[in-house]
Ligand binder design. Structure first.
Ligand SMILES: CC(C)(COP(=O)(O)OP(=O)(O)OC[C@H]1O[C@@H](n2cnc3c(N)ncnc32)[C@H](O)[C@@H]1OP(=O)(O)O)[C@@H](O)C(=O)NCCC(=O)NCCS
Length: 143
């Protein structure tokens, strides 16, 4: 297993991976912009040269780290990799004086339990936030 910074030549494979493993549809350009803004916060997990996980975030002006994507292929879940990716993002965000993590998660997602384990709490509800009409939950943690 290898965790490294996302390279632009991985874009097509990443799009395929996200399509297979998440419900939302994304535009390619979005990921190039995210990488341009904060390359150290955009990580890819590979096994035998194949993408099995990814995460990316953005540093907001108000000393917040917003986690945009965090996903692992099902066979690679519950092995501590998600926690490792979050910790790596938090570590690289410290240089920007980040004091809070924020993210949105589907109301029907098991990931809420994962984020609770990491110390995040639900602070807001976003009605019909996702493309299929599912509500979003905003979760945050002070660092
Ligand atoms: C959510 C996700 C990123 C978590 O990553 P992971 O590698 O499976 O989680 P970890 O193994 O690092 O777990 C860290 C802790 O959270 C707990 N946890 C993880 N998933 C959990 C779940 N579904 N229910 C309850 N607890 C969970 C683990 O037991 C572990 O607790 P511990 O530290 O006491 O042992 C991963 O399951 C995933 O990709 N899910 C599908 C995509 C998704 O929903 N992404 C989030 C969108 S915002």
């Amino acid at each position: 297993m290898n965790i490294s910074a996302f390279e632009t030549n991985q874009l097509d494979e990443l799009m395929e991976f996200l399509d297979d493993n998440l419900n939302e549809n994304y535009e390619k350009n979005v990921f190039l912009n995210i990488r341009k803004r904060w390359p150290e916060g955009f990580l890819i997990v590979e096994n035998k040269g194949e993408i099995v996980g990814a995460c990316c975030g953005a540093i907001l002006p108000n000393e917040k780290l917003r986690v945009l994507i965090l996903v692992l292929q099902r066979d690679y879940q519950r092995q501590g990799i998600g926690k490792d990716l979050m910790n790596r993002m938090i570590k690289s965000s410290k240089i920007f004086g980040v004091k809070k993590i924020t993210l949105e998660v589907r109301k029907d997602s098991e990931a809420i339990q994962f984020y609770r384990k990491l110390g995040l709490s639900s602070v807001d509800l976003l009605p019909c936030y996702y493309q299929d009409g599912c509500d979003g939950i905003v979760m945050e943690k002070h660092l």
